[in-house]
Design a protein around this ligand. Sequence first.
Ligand SMILES: N[C@@H](CCC(=O)N[C@@H](CS)C(=O)NCC(=O)O)C(=O)O
Length: 177
Amino acid sequence: MGALPVLEFDGLVISQSMTIARFIAKKVGLSGGNTPEDEAKADMIVDLVVDYYDSLKKVYFAGDDEEVKKVKAKAVFDTDVPKFLDNAEKLLREAGGRFFVGDALSWADIGMYNALEPLVDPASPTFVKRMPWFEHETRLRFLDSRPLLKALISRVEEMPAIKAYLEQRRPSEQEPF
Ligand SMILES: N[C@@H](CCC(=O)N[C@@H](CS)C(=O)NCC(=O)O)C(=O)O
């Protein structure tokens, strides 16, 4: 396949992280609904998150020079990140405020949770390991003016199966790339 991650499932072997995640979402009934329209809404949110990760990668893989990283981080967190968060907050509001598609959890909510959790988790390796100068207080402020996203984080992580997974998650599973 050439790159990780790879999923093997009943003889099927597939790569590409979003293809894998979409396949699993469909298998377990989290693809966003039963219509192409609802699935497209969920896909749109996931692609929004992918765009955010593309921005984050500019900092994450910027090398070992902390000063260079700080300059790149400032650019990303002053422009790309607020734009991403405002867009996500608006789309969540338009969807009714609780979940991104309908009134049930989908892979869109889980994808968004994955992207946002590092902002609220004091020990998040995304920041503690890769951007140690980015203080927790500063991270938290990104959600102050986005109450629906902030509430979504709690809503997702309080779901029993997700809560159980998070309690036994390995540190390496907390890194986005
Ligand atoms: N678009 C791919 C990117 C995969 C990717 O960059 N994988 C990295 C590890 S996280 C890799 O395997 N790099 C080694 C290589 O490409 O040879 C995806 O989302 O799965």
